[in-house]
Structure formats: structure tokens, C-alpha cells
Design a binder for this molecule. Structure first.
Ligand code: GKR
Ligand code: MG
Length: 420
């Protein structure tokens, strides 16, 4: 049994006007849906970034996968490596899908998930069993809060967003209450680097008062200088389970880490295996945020988890905007990792579109059961795929660009880091 067809379909789904350090989300987020067919009519699924660099990478290797055995994951890597060169190091980004950096790892991840989905379907076993089996039946996720505007602007996509504006501490607490009531989350993360740091400290203190029993994290995506990071961290002493990417660069993170007791987490300065030696030598982070979409896949994520265990690092999970195929893959791998000791990030509650049969996935008590069907345990809804592809063709967005989108609101905006 071999791979007989590989399809990649770019899609766009609605995304609210969420603020971050470099700008604001556009009205649509992009993904690609990967389908790998084997001779017996089975289809393995993957979901990844939908930016143009990623689509070009997927397209460059697509036809070279024909004839591969879906169990031959070493063959998959070899074919990708012989047809794709790693890109240059383009610096920090909140949008891994737009970078050529890690491109072979990102392409491998998208196809590896689809191959593993096929393997699971052939063996009639859930994907988690191919990763060593589940160490937990349910995977906890955290409430991912954003400062946000009430309305998108520009390019004919103006519309109000049902979550309304959240810029003041009370509005963010209300957002947290609504998100926790809807999904039962038991830990909270605030995307920061948006307002003056003192305002963000007030927001965190309001969250700590409103949710005294829940672990809290804050992530300004490298938006603060070393001095600002230390000031904020000291103001929040005792309230943080970890402080995520307070400042840009390995050296800056190491400087902050040296002066604090709270652990630093990162999905910005250590994003590939080759960053680990320097990161470890400098002590730049104590918690690594895994993300199979750019670390090279589900097995690479397990490899990263082993390295974290060996070197005494914590392991958490990062997310960008995504739909249900990614959510299923994240849940399978998270269920298989004994090292994962934090609730995973997910942007999923901010979306309302879906591409899988059955529609939106429901969290219960802030967690998801590992899908029990064979492989990923999710199927593609072809009508939804066609509709979201049509939305991609119509929306005109081809690369995530939060900086350019923010210039519609503030023409002098640069998005340069650190901001404060
Ligand atoms: O979507 O605005 C966003 C986030 O800032 C995202 O791009 C980051 O990659 O959520 C991510 C993070 O934890 O840094
Ligand atoms: Mg982060």
C-alpha cells in the first residue's frame, strides 16, 4: 500500500480583531488542509499554516511523496530534505507560518500527521497509540485571553465581533468569565505587550482577584525590555505559573531569568532543536512551548519532551489560530507526553468556522477527551472545505500580516520590538 494522491487546499476562516505586540489579527486567518490518499481509498489528514511560503513548501514536495509507504516516516523526511532547503534565520515572529525558517520541519509535520492518521486507520487504532499510548485520558487546555477591539477595519471586511471590545481590566475579566463559563477552563493566559505594562499588571491583578484558584500566565511576545520585564515580573510576584517570552533574544531572556524566581517560558527564542544548546547554556528559558506544526511533527514533539526531561526543563504547548484537525493532532500528542505538565494553549475558542464532520469541537471542564476513532479520529467535511477554500479565494489575504493590518487603525505603527 502506497501514497497515490496528495492534495493541499488553502482555506481562510473568520478571526476576531485580537491585539498583540506587533499589531492586530486580520479578519481571516489562513490554514492549509493536507490530504494524503493511499491505494485502498483511505485519506490521512493534516492541518498547517496557509501562508504563501508554507503553501510553496508543501507544493514543492507534494508529488515526490507519491509511491511512499505511509509507514515510511524516515522516507518522508528524506524526500522532504532532498527537495526543500532550510530558510534563513529571520528573527523573532509571532507568525511562524510566514517564515521560511524551519520550513522543512513545518512541511514534514503537516505530512507526518497525515501519514500517522493513515497508519492509525490501517491498524484501526487511535493515533495516540502510535505515540506510545495515552498517559492521560483528557488533555487540559487554558483560556487564552486577548486585549481586543470590537470591530475589524478595512478591505471591505468591516464587521462587529460578538466578543466586543476588551481593553480595560474589567472587560478582560468579563472575557475570562465568559470563556471559562463556556468551556470550563482551569488556567488562564493573557496575550500582552499591547498596553502600557502598568495597565497589563492591573489586568493580571484583576484576574488574580477574580480567579484566585486558577494558574495565570502572561505573554507579551518579547514586547518588553529587560528592565520592564523585571519590573512587571516583580509586580506580579507570586501570581504567575510562568512568564512567557517577556523580552526578545536568548541573551535578554537569560538576563531576566537570572534575576527572577518565576520560570520563563518560550515559543520565540527556542523554536527548533538547533536553538537548544545555546538556550540551555545561557539558561534562557525553563519551560519550552512545543508546537508540532513547527517542531517537525508529533514524533519530534515527543523527542523534544525527552530532551526537556533530560535537562530538567518544563514542557507546555503553543498555539496559533487553528481548526479541528490541528486540535485533534495536538490532543493526541499531548495525551501521549508524560512530561507535559501545563494546560495547553489553544486559539480554538476564538474561531467559529470548522472543517471537520460534526462541526465545532466542545471542551468539557476545560479539557478534551482523546478522540477514540482510528487515526486522528476526525473526518473532513467536504462542503465546509469547499466553503472555506472559497472564502480564501475571496478574502485576498495571502500572508498573515498583523503589522500592516494595525496600520489601518494607526498609520504610524511599526510593530518593532521591544515596545516598552
Ligand atoms: O495570534 O496573536 C497571536 C499570538 O500572539 C500568536 O501569534 C503567538 O504565536 O499565541 C502565540 C504565542 O504564544 O506567542
Ligand atoms: Mg507565546
Amino acid at each position: 500500500m502506497t501514497v497515490t494522491a496528495v492534495r493541499v487546499t488553502p482555506i481562510a476562516f473568520r478571526d476576531p480583531p485580537l491585539l498583540n505586540v506587533v499589531g492586530i489579527h486580520e479578519p481571516y486567518a489562513l490554514r492549509s488542509i493536507v490530504e494524503v490518499e493511499s491505494g485502498d481509498g483511505l485519506v490521512g489528514l493534516g492541518e498547517t499554516y496557509g501562508d504563501s511560503a508554507m503553501l510553496a513548501g508543501l507544493d514543492a514536495v507534494r508529488e515526490h511523496l507519491l509511491g511512499l509507504d505511509p509507514f515510511d516516516l524516515n522516507g518522508l523526511r528524506a524526500r522532504i530534505e532532498s527537495h526543500l532547503r532550510p530558510g534563513g534565520d529571520e528573527g523573532l515572529s509571532v507568525a511562524p507560518g510566514t517564515l521560511r525558517r524551519n520550513l522543512p520541519a513545518k512541511v514534514e509535520a503537516a505530512f507526518e500527521v497525515a501519514f500517522l492518521d493513515l497508519q492509525g486507520q490501517l491498524l484501526q487504532r487511535p493515533l495516540v497509540d502510535l505515540l506510545g499510548g495515552a498517559v492521560r485520558e483528557r488533555v487540559p487546555y487554558s483560556a487564552y485571553l486577548f486585549y481586543k477591539l470590537a470591530r475589524h477595519q478595512g478591505a471591505g471586511h468591516e464587521h462587529d465581533d460578538p466578543w466586543g471590545e476588551a481593553l480595560e481590566p474589567e472587560a478582560v475579566v468579563a472575557q475570562a468569565r465568559r470563556m471559562c463559563a463556556l468551556h470550563g477552563f482551569r488556567s488562564i493566559k493573557l496575550k500582552a505587550g499591547v498596553l502600557e505594562p502598568e495597565r497589563e499588571v492591573e489586568t493580571m491583578q484583576a484576574l488574580a482577584d477574580a480567579f484566585p484558584a486558577l494558574p495565570l500566565r502572561i505573554d507579551p511576545n518579547g514586547g518588553w525590555s529587560v528592565a520592564t520585564s523585571l519590573r512587571v515580573a516583580r509586580a506580579l510576584e507570586g501570581t504567575l505559573e510562568y512568564l512567557e517570552d517577556p523580552t526578545p533574544g536568548l541573551e535578554g531572556m537569560a538576563e531576566v531569568a537570572r534575576q527572577l524566581d518565576a520560570p520563563l517560558a518560550t515559543n520565540m527564542v527556542i523554536t527548533a532543536f538547533e536553538h537548544l544548546p545555546d538556550g540551555l547554556r545561557l539558561g534562557a528559558a525553563q519551560v519550552i512551548l512545543a508546537d508540532h506544526h513547527y517542531w517537525g511533527g508529533l514524533r519530534a514533539t515527543a523527542h523534544l519532551a525527552s530532551i526537556c526531561r533530560t535537562w530538567g526543563l518544563g514542557l507546555s504547548m503553543h498555539s496559533n489560530s487553528h481548526l479541528g484537525i490541528s486540535l485533534a493532532a495536538m490532543t493526541h500528542v499531548a495525551a501521549s507526553l508524560p512530561e507535559l505538565s501545563y494546560a495547553c494553549d489553544t486559539h480554538y475558542p476564538w474561531q467559529d468556522d470548522e472543517v471537520i464532520e460534526g462541526g465545532r469541537v466542545r471542551f468539557e471542564d476545560g479539557s478534551l477527551a482523546v478522540p477514540s476513532g482510528p487515526g486522528l479520529g476526525v473526518r473532513l467535511d467536504r462542503d465546509a472545505l469547499a466553503r472555506l477554500h472559497e472564502q480564501y479565494l475571496r478574502c485576498g489575504i495571502r500572508d498573515r500580516d498583523d503589522v500592516a493590518q494595525m496600520r489601518r487603525y494607526r498609520p504610524d505603527w511599526t510593530g518593532a520590538l521591544p515596545r516598552f
